[in-house]
Ligand binder design. Structure first.
Ligand code: FAD
Length: 437
């Protein structure tokens, strides 16, 4: 049986059965014949155990990948839940439509994007993925099918958006797209030397650059702590001539050890910092959407660079009132810990009513830091970081998590108890077993 793992590869568990769901109208086999719990599985782009079960059944949606219908008057696409966002864009952009919210990988499926209610670089203006879902069908383990939308089973709709695959299998969804002139964005890079500078720059950039995310140098220390590069983007207008799309792709084979030592990452960060200076001087650049939104996908299986021990991404959302102090404190603690954050990103999040009961994105900012898994030492640091996030009134992102304690989850997602009533009795995940009573 092929491994259906998580992106971080720390503590992956063996499912007993991988059931490939082949048609949206096909029923699931009777639950009594399947190892439980059941859990939908998209493409395993979640970093931790929201996409893992211990000896249950993964409902693999790789073959649920059909376009169903498109309404060009309203820009509404109906498709199956295993279709990837990248494949949607390959078909829709030449026809003048794009997805309004894009996470950092085009490999994410529609079902996975809904179940984690993913956010993109334009969260301040556009909200999260769930804000653009018009309707979906939920298949429960007892064979019932629920049509869910704002007007039909709205409580099931809110539980399933950000519902971590626990309310049932999403078979198809209708998504509201938005018009776009071509496959390019205008981008602009701006280096910042401190977090104070980042907050100022990112606030000023918002109206002109609706997409914005910063790279933060996770290895910077002392006076360089908090330095980084903010890259903003907006749709390019219709243009008579367009450059060729990027072709370059690299592939990382399985490696017996990590290639991401401190020296190589420090050299990479220094090179990125200095190249960003040149890009800043160059001003506005025309960039293909894949290169801007899905830069990481250009190195296929880049998660193997961390070697067989895997890695974690520590991602938190911090409310507006405490985001400045908390971000400074988090980076300071990482710097003092001797653990190295190899990659870091920081972006603002907007103030939108959450579409899902367990939606992660909320007004303020989100900081994400990648760490090689070094066992207890890494986990001890995370416990320290948790204390900062909790004191700040923040939350950790389930899509990136494989270790948060139950109290941390419940503090960050106060509607977890109400959500529990919508969990399908035959569904479950390693994450849910860990954080729920
Ligand atoms: C390089 C990279 C960049 C990323 N950038 C971002 C980002 O910018 N913003 C962000 O928010 N996230 C980001 N992520 C995280 C990613 O968007 C989420 O983890 C996403 O949910 C993964 O989708 P998937 O299809 O691989 O689902 P999986 O990881 O396989 O599953 C994720 C969850 O969705 C559930 N699920 C999957 N399909 C269905 C279905 N049909 N019905 C019901 N439930 C289902 C699963 O049970 C599981 O709980 C990034 C991940 C990577 C690897």
């Amino acid at each position: 049986m092929k491994r259906l793992g998580s992106w971080g590869r720390v503590g992956d568990l063996p499912a007993t059965l991988h059931l490939r769901v082949q048609r949206r109208d096909a029923d699931l086999p009777p639950v009594s014949t399947l190892p439980v719990p059941l859990l939908p599985y998209g493409r395993g782009r979640s970093y931790g155990d929201v996409c893992q079960v211990d000896r249950g059944t993964l409902l693999h949606t790789a073959e649920l990948d059909r376009f169903v219908d498109f309404d060009p008057l309203r820009g509404v696409l109906q498709c199956e839940s295993g279709l990837s966002l990248g494949e949607i864009l390959r078909q829709s952009i030449p026809r003048g439509w794009t997805l309004p919210v894009l996470p950092g990988s085009g490999e994410v499926t529609v079902g996975g994007a809904i179940a984690n209610d993913v956010h993109g670089r334009n969260h301040p203006g556009a909200g999260s993925f769930g804000h653009h879902v018009e309707a979906l069908e939920l298949l429960r383990s007892d064979g019932t099918r629920l049509l869910c939308s704002a007007g039909s089973n709205p409580d099931w709709f809110a539980a399933t958006i950000g519902g971590l695959g626990l309310t049932g299998l999403i078979t198809w969804a209708s998504l509201r797209l938005r018009p776009v002139a071509n496959a390019f964005v205008h981008t602009r890079s701006a280096r910042f030397r401190s977090l104070d500078e980042f907050w100022e720059l990112s606030a000023a950039a918002q109206s002109e650059w609706p997409y914005a995310r910063a790279w933060v140098d996770g290895l910077a220390r002392g006076r360089a702590l908090g330095r980084g590069v903010l890259v903003g983007a907006r749709d390019a207008p219709a243009l008579a001539e367009l450059p060729a799309p990027p072709r370059f792709r690299a592939w990382v084979p399985p490696l017996p050890w990590s290639l991401l030592g401190a020296a190589s990452v420090r050299a990479g960060n220094a090179a990125y910092w200095s190249a960003a200076g040149a890009r800043q001087r160059a001003g506005v650049r025309l960039t293909h959407y894949e290169r801007y939104f899905f830069a990481a996908d250009r190195v296929v299986a880049w998660n193997r660079l961390y070697g067989p021990a895997g890695f974690h991404q520590y991602q938190c959302a911090l409310p507006e009132r405490s985001m400045r102090e908390a971000t400074q404190a988090l980076l300071g603690r990482v710097a003092r810990s001797g653990q190295r954050a190899l990659f870091g990103t920081l972006q603002r999040l907007g103030d939108h009513p959450a579409p899902g009961m367990l939606s992660f994105a909320r007004a303020g900012a989100t900081l994400a830091l990648d760490f090689a898994h070094r066992g207890e030492a890494t986990l001890r640091l995370f416990t320290e970081l948790d204390a900062v996030v909790r004191a700040a009134g923040g939350a950790l992102y389930p899509a990136k998590d494989s270790r948060m304690p139950p109290a941390m989850f419940r503090a960050g997602f106060p509607r977890w108890e109400a959500f529990g009533r919508f969990v399908d009795p035959a569904f479950g995940s390693a994450f849910w077993r860990r954080v729920s009573p």
